[in-house]
Design a protein around this ligand. Sequence first.
Ligand SMILES: *Cc1c(COP(=O)(O)O)cnc(C)c1O
Length: 382
Amino acid sequence: MQFRDLQKQYNTLKPDIDQAVSQVLASSNFISGPQVTQLEEELAAYTGTKHCITCANGTDALTLALMVWDIGPGDAVFVPDFTFFASAEAPALQGAAPVFVDVEEDTFNISPASLEEAVLRVKEEGKLVPRVVVAVDLFGQPANYPEIRKIAEKYGLLILEDAAQGFGGRIGDKKACSFGDISTTSFFPAKPLGCYGDGGAVFTDNEEWAGLLRSYRVHGKGADKYDNVRIGVNSRLDTLQAAVLLVKLRALREYELDRVNLAACRYTEGFEGWGDYIKTPVVKDGFYSSWAQYSVLLRDEEMRDGLQAFLKEKGIPTMIYYPKTMSRQTAFKGTGCVMTDLSAAQDLCRRVLAFPMHPCITEKEQGQVTEEVKAFLKNRGK
Ligand SMILES: *Cc1c(COP(=O)(O)O)cnc(C)c1O
């Protein structure tokens, strides 16, 4: 069994992908080919945003957004303590101070209450200027944007939606990648919309920022190709990746999102009645997840580690996202960015476990996972 079966997905899409790739090879228009523009138009239309600017990866997408807002030394950027490193790395790379914020135990996403507390602490201390909140759509579920927006407006913060794992999710009819003042995503192969290498995108409704993003993405280019008007980076999405993504976007829209949601329901139903030992993921009312991960909580670390070892023996792969919070990362040691209690994030690291999840997972495979989990819990859980 595979944790995320990209081969099976490729075999399903093979005729279309092979044709799309051959077309690029035949045209040899490897950089900035027409597929890149087409993809940007389709992504903007799908997410309901005015502008989509593709780039080389999801980390660059965050960096580009922070460059546009001129975030740097002296600025506080609020980041959930429970996320992938890049969410905090990008602001730190710009010289800003990441301020870690606790998460909600049930959705794993940034806690609005903890965010407000951290903003107040930063203001009270008076050393940093609160500028941005990086809200992460962890494991596929959008963060609580209605609440985050209220706090952002109250304290004058910009919202940077890190939807690297959130593409395809929504709140009501509003799609992920449209919740931030600027939003970003990643096309790393294992993300909900993955390409065959690295890729990313930035989304915004703001015309001026979109223009700056297009400039920063290609060496700070100006109107004249050989007059560069600002210091930028080289962060393009290449044509081959765009061609692959056009095919995969169609599959995601037509059936993949339905399939992962069905698979999530199956797992959750499979664990019904086992709530004393295993807590299944919660999707808020009116929210829709793209299930980048299906992560459960075990009672404690010993049980989690025991279960993971047991499943490994049975040929069932699992992952721990994440074993270490941001504030405990070696790179952030001594930078003093902890202002508030982060105990929910710490606790999740000890108890979280992700099961195999992808659009091609079968009912039989899922049955095997739930049966083996229960076999373990029956013996050692009580
Ligand atoms: C994967 C990921 C990123 C970084 O994306 P890359 O394309 O790998 O650079 C950023 N934030 C989160 C939450 C991610 O999961």
